[in-house]
Design a protein around this ligand. Sequence first.
Ligand code: EPS
Length: 353
Amino acid sequence: MSDNTFGRLFRMTTFGESHGPAIGCVIDGCPPGLEIDAAAIQKELLRRATGRSRHTSQRKEKDEVQVLSGVFEGLTTGTPIALLIENSDARSRDYADIAEKFRPGHADFTYWKKYGVRDYRGGGRSSARETTMRVAAGAIAKKYLNEHFGIEIQGWLAQLGPIRTDEVMDLESVDDNPFFSPDASVVPQLEEYMDSLRKSGDSVGARISVRASNVPAGLGEPVYGKLDADLAAAMMGINAAKAVEIGAGFACVEQLGTRHRDEITPDGFLSNHAGGVLGGISSGQDVLVSVAFKPASSLRIPCRSVDIHGNPVEVITRGRHDPCVGIRATPIVEAMLALVLMDHVLRQRAQNG
Ligand code: EPS
């Protein structure tokens, strides 16, 4: 399986499967001298972890990160940073019934078509467990970006199924509820919706938004390697992502040019429909990205499918699944934004000093 590496100058290569002994990554290209605070990495990992509330997968993993290399006396040395998390609560028997069946809407169909072999336990390599490493590497990128540029990255749940959660924007409260909602007043409604969804056995989609502030102007390449193109690729590379918007996104279809253009005054821009990127290059405005996550496909409600021999079968997926994968996606979206900005900061330094 190729392409397990993300980034050009700040390169993260991940490995491992959800039900293998461990999941890990090697980060190549991290500048030396960055203080690595294992507690800060751990904090990010726990924001993403399963079992933080009854609304997510109940798999119980400590997600304790081990830093195996690249750090000496608390500082990065410029050598590869290897991170490892052991898997301790995989329950592979849940997957025995679907070892030769395809879950409609799941990657197990296309993995089989591509490789003719698949690790069916817990989705194998296609499992969202791989995102632990994005979050861990993202925590290092976040630290560098913050220390060197004052960049702050904050994500939030903008919508869960039919419920909008971004009408009141109190970003300080995002980490105070298990949904990452910026509006605390909708949390009871989210709880009720999720309780009833869980009972029904179905799943639902969500939209996550993220903002990076204090991003310097000039990041991104003008033709290939545009900052917004790299952001779109990074976000679409997250499990279950189905759409990405930068700034006004699809709303720009209905906007007139006089509204969409962000007028400029000596004191700065008057709006930010561009989402902080013009011509593929950061403008110095906040970078704004939104990602749509589909309803997950591992459901206990029976459905029609086929097995690997093409025979019609009924599929029921057992196990400890997320009825809304978007609930845990906020730290992952933040991490991918951090990884893209980190890469472009190093690329900008390489060419422009
Ligand atoms: C996942 C299915 C469940 C989740 C898992 C993602 O895994 P399993 O059935 O193997 O327990 O628990 O999420 C994690 C383990 C994690 O750390 O995010 C999937 O199919 O993507």
